[in-house]
Design a protein around this ligand. Sequence first.
Ligand code: SF4
Ligand code: SF4
Length: 76
Amino acid sequence: MAKIFGTVDIDFAHCKGCNLCVVACPTHTLALKQTEVNDRGYNYAYMAEPDTCIGCAACSLVCPDACIEVYKFIAK
Ligand code: SF4
Ligand code: SF4
């Protein structure tokens, strides 16, 4: 059976740390940096658990600033 997995590219410089993508992710892949901020002073989103991403794009759909690109792969 084919295995589906994904990864995301987050434009952390434009992230405003609103947490919407973190909440929307069904696999708990994303989190906000707790101790680091971007140049705008926001705790930005990152892939805390990169191996769990399934490429569903829920995070990208909810991001109000279009910071997230999703890549989906199918391994046969
Ligand atoms: S693509 Fe889906 S599984 Fe991957 S980080 Fe975004 S919401 Fe989570
Ligand atoms: S939804 Fe967008 S702006 Fe909000 S924390 Fe996630 S990447 Fe950053």
